[in-house]
Design a protein around this ligand. Structure first.
Ligand code: HEC
Length: 196
C-alpha cells in the first residue's frame, strides 16, 4: 500500500482499504458496495435473461401478434365510429349499393320506418308507390337519397337525416331502387309524378 499517508492520515482508518494507486494525492478506496445497490444490480441481470428469452423471439411473445391485436382494436373503433356517425356519404356521392348485407340493412330500416306510408310491398299509401315507374322527385340513387334525407315536409314526407345516418340512408335508398323496381304490385297507389 503506497497511499500517501500524509493525506490519508487525516481520516482515521481510511487507508485500510485504499487501493494500490494514487494520482496527485487522489486515492481510490475499495469499499464494499451497499447491499441495496448490489441486489438491484443482480436483479437487473436476472431480469435481462427473462426479457431476452421472452421478447427476442424465443418465447411466446411476438411483435406481429401485438400489431395484429392493435389492428383489431382500431378496426373495432372505426366500425363503432361509422355506426354512430355513418360515413361521409351525401346526396352527391351516394351510390347504389349491391352488397346483400347492405340491402338487407336497408330492408330492416324500411320495414321499421317506412311501411306505414309506403307499404311493405312498396305499393304506397300515404306516400307514393315505389313499384311503378313513376317518380315525383326522380329515381336516381342521388334523387332518392336526397328525398329521404331532407324529406318533403309540406307533403308529409319526413326528413330522416336526424334518425338515419348517411350509410343507412344509402342502404334504404338502394333497397327501394332494387327490391321494388318494375314490380307494379297489385292494389298499389295510382302513379304520381313522371314516368322514368
Ligand atoms: C308519414 C308518412 C311517410 C313516411 C313514414 C315515409 N314517407 Fe316517404 N313519402 C311520403 C309522402 C307523402 C311522399 C310524397 C312527397 C311528395 O308528394 O313530394 C313521400 C315520398 C318519398 C319518396 C319520393 C318518391 C317519389 O316519387 O319521388 C321517397 C324515395 C320516400 N318517400 C322514401 C321514404 C323512406 C325511405 C322512408 C322511411 C325511412 C319514408 N319515405 C317514410 C310519406 C312518408
Amino acid at each position: 500500500m503506497t497511499a500517501n499517508n500524509d493525506k490519508t492520515q487525516l481520516i482515521e482508518g481510511l487507508d485500510d482499504n485504499a487501493l494500490d494507486h494514487e494520482y496527485d494525492g487522489i486515492i481510490e478506496l475499495d469499499n464494499s458496495l451497499p447491499p441495496w445497490w448490489l441486489y438491484m444490480f443482480y436483479g437487473t441481470i436476472i431480469f435481462s435473461i427473462f426479457y431476452t428469452i421472452n421478447f427476442f423471439g424465443m418465447g411466446a411473445y411476438k411483435q406481429q401478434d401485438e400489431l395484429t391485436k392493435q389492428y383489431a382494436v382500431a378496426e373495432k373503433a372505426i366500425e363503432k365510429y361509422q355506426k354512430e356517425h355513418g360515413s361521409s356519404v351525401d346526396e352527391n356521392s351516394a351510390i347504389l349499393v349491391v352488397d346483400a348485407a347492405k340491402i338487407e340493412d336497408g330492408k330492416v330500416i324500411y320495414e321499421k320506418n317506412c311501411v306505414a306510408c309506403h307499404a311493405a310491398n312498396g305499393g304506397g299509401g300515404v306516400g307514393p308507390n315505389f313499384t311503378d315507374n313513376y317518380w315525383i322527385h326522380g329515381n336516381s340513387i342521388n334523387d332518392v337519397f336526397k328525398i329521404i334525407k331532407y324529406g318533403v315536409p309540406e307533403k308529409g314526407m319526413i326528413p330522416w337525416e336526424a334518425q338515419l345516418n348517411p350509410e343507412q340512408i344509402q342502404n334504404v335508398a338502394s333497397y327501394i331502387l332494387t327490391a321494388f323496381k318494375d314490380k307494379n304490385v297489385e292494389g298499389g297507389k295510382e302513379p304520381q309524378g313522371e314516368k322514368m
